[in-house]
Design a binder for this molecule. Structure first.
Ligand SMILES: Nc1ncnc2c1ncn2[C@@H]1O[C@H](COP(=O)(O)OP(=O)(O)O)[C@@H](O)[C@H]1O
Ligand SMILES: C[C@@](O)(CCOP(=O)(O)O)CC(=O)O
Ligand SMILES: [Mg+2]
Length: 316
């Protein structure tokens, strides 16, 4: 019985979320919190997922058939990844995630990257990580209608990555940055938040100026990260969070935590990812860890992952 398993790192957005969608630069980091996608030989195609939550369901008790318009939406990233392949073969696709879906950690990208990586190997292809990143980026953009290459490239390639403005290239950074990070659940998905930002941006030019300033912060942060000047990195994290707040993509619990961190003299904290709740990252310290826990944030393993997606064939 052939089985292929892909392990995909999740990600933190150090700087530039949302701005990158409009051509500005960004910096992201793959972490040791991972998602596993396995593909196993079967006579028909079944997708199973450990951490998805579905509301408003209707169950036909005679044959226990579940009906919910949310199921196809929730599985849309995995389904679109399978549909990329024209020569599909039936299989069980199992998705295991150690974190909740939709919390700013790049689970949408990881589902696609993991499914493309494992299913392509199952079909006999040998894709490079760059090819997996490129295929996955196009799939995520197709599912969401909006979005950048940041999450799919970071979860495919691993490391700390700088995404230059108005470009499709990516540059590896070396830095000793150390992070405490955690998340609280949120109600909106990143796709919904992206649509809201786009609608507001189209109403007035103020947002263009804010996004441009975020781009300048990202470039300054790149210099400070490479110099390991964490005091300056931390200051820019607070400024980036303030600009995200002005875009309306943060939430009161995130803003309260970040402002409390600043008042406590922590070096730096900011929202990470799509926002609306979800993840916050702080430069590592015992106080940062205690503050995140005190506010009910679920801590994640933010140790740097340098390898990106890994694939193994398990034939039993
Ligand atoms: N374990 C999972 N199994 C299947 N799909 C998942 C899983 N985790 C996330 N997803 C998909 O990704 C979507 C969340 O994407 P998004 O809002 O961008 O969150 P994130 O910030 O984690 O990337 C979910 O609504 C679901 O469609
Ligand atoms: C808001 C954005 O910059 C990052 C989204 O991160 P996440 O899906 O919430 O983990 C969108 C994008 O870059 O595609
Ligand atoms: Mg996402």
């Amino acid at each position: 019985m052939r089985k292929v398993e892909a392990t995909v790192p999740l990600k933190l957005t150090l700087f530039g979320e949302h701005a990158i969608v409009y051509g500005e630069p960004a910096i992201a980091m793959a972490i040791s919190e991972t998602m596993k996608v396995s593909v196993m030989e079967h006579h028909k195609t079944i997708i199973s997922s450990s951490s998805l939550r579905i509301e408003n369901i209707k169950v036909d008790l005679e044959d226990m058939r579940v009906e919910s318009d949310q199921i196809s939406k929730a599985l849309s990233y995995a389904i679109e990844a399978l549909n990329y392949f024209e020569d599909r073969k039936p299989a069980i696709i199992n998705i295991e995630s150690s974190v909740d879906p939709s919390v700013g950690l790049g689970t949408s990208a990881a589902v696609i990257v993991g499914t493309v990586a494992a299913y392509s190997k199952y079909l006999g292809y040998e894709y490079s990580k760059e090819e997996i990143a490129q295929i996955s980026r196009n799939i995520e953009k197709r599912v969401q209608g909006l979005g950048s290459r940041m999450d799919t490239y970071t979860t495919s390639l691993g490391g700390i990555l700088y995404f230059p403005r108005n470009s499709e290239s990516v540059e590896r950074l070396s830095s000793k940055i150390d992070i405490n990070g955690g998340y609280i659940r949120r109600v909106s998905t990143t796709a919904e938040i992206l649509r809201r930002v786009k609608a507001i941006k189209e109403k007035g030019r103020e947002f263009d100026e804010i996004l441009r300033i975020v781009g300048e912060i990202v470039d300054d942060a790149k210099t400070y990260l490479e110099r390991d000047d964490m005091e300056s990195v931390g200051q820019l994290m607070y400024v980036n969070h303030g600009l995200l707040m002005s875009l309306g993509v943060t939430s009161p619990p995130l803003d309260e935590l970040v402002s409390t961190a600043r008042n406590m003299g922590l070096l730096g904290c900011k929202m990470s990812g799509g926002g609306g709740g979800g993840s916050v990252i702080c430069l590592k310290s015992h106080k940062a860890e205690l503050l995140l826990e005190s506010r009910g944030f679920r801590l994640v393993n933010t140790e740097l992952n340098k390898t990106g997606v890994t694939i193994k064939e398990i034939s039993n």
